[in-house]
Design a protein around this ligand. Sequence first.
Ligand SMILES: O=C(O)c1ccccc1NCC(=O)[C@H](O)[C@H](O)COP(=O)(O)O
Length: 205
Amino acid sequence: MTKIKLCGLRGLQDIAYANKVNPDFVGFVFAKSKRQISPQLAMGMRLALHKEIVSVGVFVNEQIATICALVESGTIAMVQLHGDENEQYIHALKRELSVPVIKVVSITCKESLLPYLSSPADYLLLDAGKGGTGMSFDWSLAQICTRPFFLAGGLNSENLQKAIATTHPFAVDLSSGLEKGGRKDFSLMQQAVSIAHRCNYLSPS
Ligand SMILES: O=C(O)c1ccccc1NCC(=O)[C@H](O)[C@H](O)COP(=O)(O)O
């Protein structure tokens, strides 16, 4: 089984869909974006979400105190850093928190991953660009990733199986590919979870 994160959920309807399709993770975007939600809405969504599903907060160059408040309130149980956060920032965050941290790497060339292979983050997330863009990168560039990673960037139910077979991720992460008319679509969410959970590839550990 490959784990799956459904990112950019924006309201209680999306949570009702997630509870039915049962992903491993859902993502709440707190960064400035068309998918940004408030801490108050996120807390309401967390309360409505099944306990077994992990809620991940997505941030871009956020104040550490803001992230800590969301973890301490129980709104999120994992942190995704989608900006220019360096190792010093991640060490500082990890001194404050005991939840797992994901550092996003934007993959543009063969060398993109190299500086992150020894990152203090618990996981890397390989993406194509600034986040939630629906763009893919060249999956062959994931080959040098010697640690468990999330694969993201332009994934959808058409290309998901091939992406998993090519890169062997710990988990996949989708947002744009789950949307129709800018809103999450139940049947796209259901298809994506079913494909990921049927695939049995493990990333290196
Ligand atoms: O979704 C956004 O708008 C967003 C904005 C700023 C930082 C991150 C953001 N999203 C993160 C994600 O949705 C996923 O981690 C990933 O980038 C999936 O993207 P895609 O499936 O290509 O839409």
